[in-house]
Unconditional design. Structure first.
Length: 268
């Protein structure tokens, strides 16, 4: 069975490891825990595109045992010693690099890259036993949306090889305007996302995402689009498959946020 691709919200910092934050993220936690049920069986591997890794080209992590990157600040001391010991997959990384090169996109292997919180936080909730191998692919500097769609299209064959493709970000990401100021712009942008991803045709959604900055409240929600760009990869990997909103919350630190699945689930 061809696996779906996902664009997920990964939440704030190391939230699963901070009890008060975990309570605030309860709806998100339930949605992430439900993804393995939707798949019906564990994937052979996860290919993760995190909002927290970008390079000049599309780098591919290839370490056999990736380390940890604690890329968050002012959190409790214990959050700087957590581990997520999922293995890497060097052979898969080589395969991924080949797919990207065949699409004419710049790529290289990175044997030093560890798991940043855009990767290990959602995976620790989805696959807490850390027994599913993980390969990461970076975003590319400049955040060209159609270039990231092209990356997703290059990776699409992996869906038929048992590899789960996940774009990990957040559909509202303006840290200076969390709380009440986020309510109106995040709701407007989320409505545009729902229309673009769920209601539009596959061709229309790519066209609309290519000019996402013209969407209602786009720059108020994404002053920098690092947390939106993983969506483009998930959409590219989706090809013509339909989208389903698999998580939606209008009280996420004052904002409206959503996650999306592209393609059919074994168990909807």
């Amino acid at each position: 069975m061809k696996l779906p691709s996902y664009y997920i919200a990964h939440g704030g910092g190391p939230w699963p490891y901070v009890p008060e934050m975990r309570r605030m993220h309860q709806a998100l936690e339930l949605s992430l825990q439900d993804i393995p049920r939707q798949l019906g069986a564990a994937p052979k591997a996860v290919l993760m595109i995190s909002a927290h890794w970008e390079e000049r080209g599309f780098s591919v992590s290839c370490a056999a045992a990736p380390g940890m990157i604690y890329d968050y600040y002012n959190f409790p001391p214990q959050t700087y010693s957590v581990t997520y010991p999922a293995p890497g997959a060097p052979a898969l990384a080589q395969h991924v690099r080949g797919l990207i090169e065949a699409a004419g996109l710049p790529t290289q292997l990175d044997a030093a890259r560890g798991y940043d919180h855009g990767t290990f936080v959602p995976l620790a909730v989805m696959f807490p036993e850390a027994n599913v191998p993980v390969v990461q692919v970076s975003m590319q500097h400049g955040y060209d949306p159609l270039r990231h769609v092209a990356l997703g299209r290059a990776l699409a064959p992996l869906r038929e090889e048992g590899v789960l493709i996940i774009g990990s970000g957040l559909s509202y990401h303006n840290l200076r305007a969390l709380g009440p100021p986020a309510k109106v712009p995040s709701a407007a942008f989320d409505a545009w996302l729902q229309e673009t991803l769920v209601a539009a045709s596959p061709q229309q959604r790519v066209e609309r995402l290519g000019s996402w900055a013209q969407a209602p409240a786009a720059r108020a929600c994404h002053p920098q689009e690092d947390h939106l760009m993983p969506l483009m990869v998930a959409v590219g990997a989706a090809q013509d498959d339909a989208a389903t909103c698999c998580y939606h919350e209008d009280g996420f630190m004052g904002s409206t946020v959503s996650s999306f699945r592209f393609g059919q689930a074994a168990h909807a």
